[in-house]
Design a protein around this ligand. Structure first.
Ligand code: NAD
Length: 489
């Protein structure tokens, strides 16, 4: 069987290779985090399926590349429009599959998936023509040429949005792709493959191979027919993938884990800051960018903690299919135990519970929004990514101490700084090592801006022109100018 029905939506479950849906063979079961219900049996691909998918992508590449940004753009705009037409269906499947909020999926996450496609189609039309450098001896034509076949490996916390963030620029640049959806939530990227065929994107341009990371994912990274590896996921997995890709010198883009500081100065709009701190619990904290280390100026710490508690108390915990819910379940029992393990070990080390601290009675996979204080910088809970609704709480007395604490982990994905003093905001933002710093805001970003992580949070930047720098081979065609007679290099 290569199709199931979820929330009234027909969802393809097989691999997509060319225009064939391939099921059968060994599989793995997908359950909903909402209530543990069985959703689908998905085939567990390996080296053979990866081989077939890469071959299909290689076959489709020359024709797709030749279409040019204009021709590809017509099809990609149609894909974006079809995603928007099907927002409710895709959102419902995503919510069942990974437990993320239906309200967020409908309003923001899935529409952003459409925007990821149309934005890069437009950017390619406007910018992929390259530029001409008029030198003294030569006229240099800088050309952006598609790299070939891109392997796109995606995590479970927002698979459709993160998958389209890769598929959009890879296809707009003229590459063909093999997508490896996450085994804990594989269904909406499976749908994306069918949507691409439905709008007339030629078979083989988008292929999907399901499976376990260490099997299908690893086979894809090793495959000699793959020219780019774009990965979003944990730092540990990213490091092992970069090592394998490095042996073949295949360029990698790595969007990895984070442990982002949320710095609050005494002069900040504390109410706004408290509201934003409470928002770090949305989707049960399973958000890479979450500001999970609250650093607050000591003089306002007690007052601010009360505000954060009150704001968090206003966020309904419940079934993510209900529009009013703001905090849903963790993804699997295994992940819940991992989150709980972090909290337990922190308490053994001497941390104090300031809020929550354990499982939530709403259901098996629910965890209370939790804040842990009395933590030292070297505690595991401060140093390692939990990927759940767990924040640490530390105080500082001046700007230097705030920056030192903010920079005191191996990560560098994001940071938030709340202050009314704009100069300080810019000063602290430049002193913090991170790919993105938000001053008096969180999460908002223009797609033309660079996105990525410093240190162990990533390699490279995506967004705007940075995505094309990655998905293209940049070539210089240097043409001798008429009057020039010599030159050897
Ligand atoms: P993960 O690293 O376990 O898995 C991510 C993907 O990699 C999955 O599709 C998995 O099947 C695949 N994979 C696993 N092992 C592999 C291997 N050896 N070779 C090839 N592929 C392999 O991550 P996860 O648990 O799915 O996601 C959570 C993590 O993702 C968190 O660390 C989070 O911070 C991070 N994340 C980062 C960003 C970002 O933009 N920086 C965004 C979302 C999530």
């Amino acid at each position: 069987m290569t199709q199931v029905e979820i929330a009234g939506v027909d969802v393809p479950t097989g691999h997509l290779i060319g225009d064939e849906r391939i099921g059968g063979g060994p599989g793995f079961a997908v359950h909903s985090p909402i209530d543990g219900a069985f959703l689908a049996e998905v085939p567990r691909g390996g080296a053979d399926e990866v081989d077939a998918a890469v071959a299909a992508a290689r076959d489709a590449f020359p024709t797709w590349a030749r279409l040019g940004p204009e021709g590809r753009g017509v099809l990609l705009d149609r894909l974006a429009a079809l995603i928007l037409e099907r927002v409710d269906e895709i959102a419902a499947v995503e919510t069942h599959d990974n437990g993320s909020l239906i309200i967020g999926n409908r309003r923001n996450v899935i529409p952003r998936g459409a925007r990821n496609i149309s934005f890069f189609a437009e950017w390619a039309r406007d910018r992929l023509g390259g530029e001409v450098i008029e030198g003294e001896a030569t006229r240099d034509h800088v050309r952006y040429e598609p790299a070939g076949v891109a392997a796109l490996i995606v995590p479970w916390n927002a698979p459709f949005m993160l998958g389209t963030w890769k598929v959009g620029p890879a296809l707009a640049a003229g590459n063909t792709v093999v997508v490896k959806p996450p085994e804990w939530a594989p269904l909406t990227l499976s749908m994306l493959g069918d949507l691409a065929l439905e709008v007339g994107i030629p078979p083989g341009v988008v292929n999907v191979v399901h499976g376990i990371g260490e099997e299908a994912g690893a086979a894809l990274v090793r495959h000699p027919g793959v020219d780019r590896v774009s990965f979003t996921g944990s730092t540990e997995t990213g490091s092992s993938i970069a090592e394998v890709a490095g042996r073949r010198l295949v360029p990698v883009s790595m969007e990895l884990g984070g442990k982002s500081p949320f710095v609050v100065f005494a002069d900040a709009d504390l109410q706004a800051a408290a509201r934003t701190v409470s928002r770090q619990f949305i989707n049960a904290g399973q958000v890479c960018l979450a500001g999970t280390r609250v650093l607050v100026e000591a003089s306002v710490a007690d007052e601010f903690l009360e505000m954060v508690r009150a704001e968090t108390g206003r966020l309904p915990v419940g079934d993510p299919r209900d529009e009013g819910t703001r905090i849903g379940p963790l993804i699997t029992p295994e992940h819940r135990d991992r989150v709980d393990g972090f909290v337990g070990r922190a308490l053994e080390q001497g941390a104090e519970v300031l809020l929550g601290g354990g499982r939530h009675p709403f259901g098996e996979l629910y965890y209370q929004p939790t804040i842990l204080g009395a933590v030292d910088q070297d505690f595991e809970i401060v140093q390692r990514e939990v990927f759940g609704p767990v924040l640490t709480w530390q105080t500082f007395t001046d700007e230097d101490e705030a920056v030192a604490l903010a920079n005191g982990t191996e990560y560098g994905l994001a940071a938030m700084v709340y202050t009314r003093d704009e100069d300080r905001g810019m000063r602290v933002a430049s002193a913090i090592v991170a790919g993105t710093v938000w001053v008096n805001c969180f999460f908002v970003r223009d797609l033309r801006a660079p996105f990525g992580g410093a240190r162990r949070s990533g390699i490279g930047r995506e967004g705007g022109t940075w995505s094309f720098d990655f998905y293209c081979d940049v070539k210089n065609v240097s043409v001798r100018r008429g009057s020039f007679e010599g030159g050897t290099s």
